[in-house]
Design a protein around this ligand. Structure first.
Ligand code: ADP
Length: 335
């Protein structure tokens, strides 16, 4: 178009030089062709080359010679709008990648900080007792015994922390194979109640199956792993509840393929902002309150992993002052 306009103007001006039509037509044609090729060349050189450069940066794949020829000569050239859309898409994708990297980095930092914090407490405790013993307390048999018992407890805590971490990393790496079998979920719950009976008795807490949910339900799952889940949930319910309260387990048939199991307590409950986060590694609702109660902050993360490895879901409902209910689904066993 530009070449056409310029050639027309030139042709009109050439009328002043010579009134011959032949001259005007030649003049028009020559200026049109020269103009056309010159503009085309300039556009190629200054715009498309720059665009090519942009594509070199935003696309990580390299075109073969044949592809390059195809894109350059056969496919219609992209308009500036299309190029701009491509660049915007690329920028959007990069932004997402950067956000994800930042989130991972933040997660890694928090994880290391939490890990250091969790390890520091028991290590310093042991160190403190040993130093005091070496400084002379070892000569007093009563003090010696008390300090060694405390140090041993701190070591137990360290050991369970390391065991939990090993467990989590195995679960995360997907290394654990599930050993699926059919069993009655209520029997397993009664088993776990019996195992934790002494802990519950210490706080006069009653462990009960919810009324109306005693009818045996058969599930298909890894029994040892589900036992681990139940122990974690019931232990938490006992740990965080006050004395003379109830911890109940309910089992419900959700639909023809799923069973829902729920462990409820009348404990302190959790404020809404924490409820969604308790399944994160090391997350503890109230650090000062939780630190009075032994725990690694990894129990619920393990629970979530195990249930998700079964392809099922876990959830929590909680209200401060009312209590908490942790529930999970399981595949219903078909006899
Ligand atoms: P922990 O080793 O601290 O018990 P968990 O992963 O098992 O770690 O639990 C994470 C946090 O969730 C606990 O520190 C506690 O603050 C909160 N929590 C878990 N279960 C209950 C419950 N039944 N009642 C109140 N708070 C709970």
């Amino acid at each position: 178009m530009t070449a056409l306009v310029i050639a027309s103007l030139n042709a009109m001006m050439s009328l002043f030089l010579s009134p011959s039509w032949y001259f005007v037509v030649v003049f028009f044609t020559v200026s049109f062709l020269v103009g056309y090729f010159l503009y085309n060349y300039m556009l190629q050189r200054f715009i498309y080359r720059k665009i090519k450069l942009i594509y070199k940066i935003i696309y990580q794949t390299k075109a073969t010679k044949r592809e390059a020829f195809f894109y350059q000569s056969i496919l219609p050239q992209k308009s500036i709008e299309e190029v701009s859309t491509d660049v915007q898409e690329w920028a959007e994708q990069k932004k997402k990648e950067i956000e994800l990297l930042n989130a991972n980095e933040q997660f890694r930092r928090e994880f290391l900080m939490n890990l250091a914090h969790e390890l520091r407490t028991p290590i310093f405790t042991v160190q403190g007792y040993i130093d005091t013993l070496l400084d002379g307390a070892i000569d007093d048999p009563e003090v010696k015994n008390r300090f060694l018992t405390q140090a041993s407890k701190a070591i137990d805590r360290l050991a369970s922390l390391v065991a939990d971490m090993g467990e989590i990393s195995k679960l995360e790496a997907g290394e654990i194979k599930l050993n699926l079998e059919l069993f009655v979920i209520q029997d397993l719950i009664q088993d776990v109640f019996q195992e934790l009976g002494r802990k519950a008795d210490e706080k006069t807490i009653l462990l009960l199956l919810k009324k109306g949910t005693e009818r045996a339900l058969i599930v298909k799952a890894d029994k040892m792993r589900i036992r681990q889940v139940l122990v974690n949930l019931v232990e938490n319910a006992i740990k965080y509840s006050s004395e003379r309260t109830l911890v109940t387990a309910g089992c419900y048939l959700m639909d023809e393929n799923h069973v829902y199991v729920e462990i409820s307590d009348d404990g302190p409950g959790m404020p809404e902002e924490h409820v969604g986060r308790v399944f994160e590694r090391f997350y503890r609702v109230d650090r000062s309150r939780s630190s009075e109660v032994a725990g690694t902050g990894l129990g619920l993360a393990i629970v979530k992993h195990i249930i998700e490895a079964h392809g099922q879901t876990v959830n929590v409902r909680s209200k401060p002052g009312v209590g908490s209910s942790f529930g999970f689904t399981l595949a219903k066993g078909k006899e």
